[in-house]
Design a protein around this ligand. Structure first.
Ligand code: MN
Length: 128
């Protein structure tokens, strides 16, 4: 069973993500802020991380950079969860080392398709 870490501070988004992932058969780890997410990623080595960009304290892109610059966690796939829809955001997300992104609000089919794609080993699929 693939294990997915969700780093998300919004309770409604977290609840929805966890529900969808568990229903799809994934084991889910949860963190409400980047620091906890980093600790869980290092300790548990999930197969995939869904990383909210806007978090209290350290933001998701900074956390992604830390994980991708550390040999112990660099191989973990990271998908950004972003409410940003501005041009240039995808560049910032890619530059931080994210393997893809999912635009919020979460739409369940797209969400699960993106998760499955990344667990299958592909990277940075189109997801407008
Ligand atoms: Mn947030």
């Amino acid at each position: 069973m693939a294990r997915v870490l969700v780093v998300e501070d919004n309770p409604a988004n977290m609840k929805l993500a966890v529900l969808l992932l568990e229903k799809a058969g994934y084991a889910v780890l949860q963190a409400k802020e980047a620091e906890t997410g980093l600790a869980l990623a290092r300790a548990e080595h999930p197969d995939l991380i869904l990383m909210d960009i806007q978090l209290p304290g350290m933001d998701g892109l900074t956390a992604t950079r830390l994980l991708k610059n550390d040999a112990a966690t660099a191989a973990i796939k990271i998908i950004a969860l972003t409410a940003f829809a501005m041009k240039g955001d995808e560049e910032n997300i890619r530059a931080a080392g994210c393997d893809g992104y999912i635009a919020k609000p979460i739409r369940y089919k797209k969400f699960l398709a993106e998760v499955e794609t990344h667990l299958a080993g592909k990277s940075f699929s189109e997801n407008p």
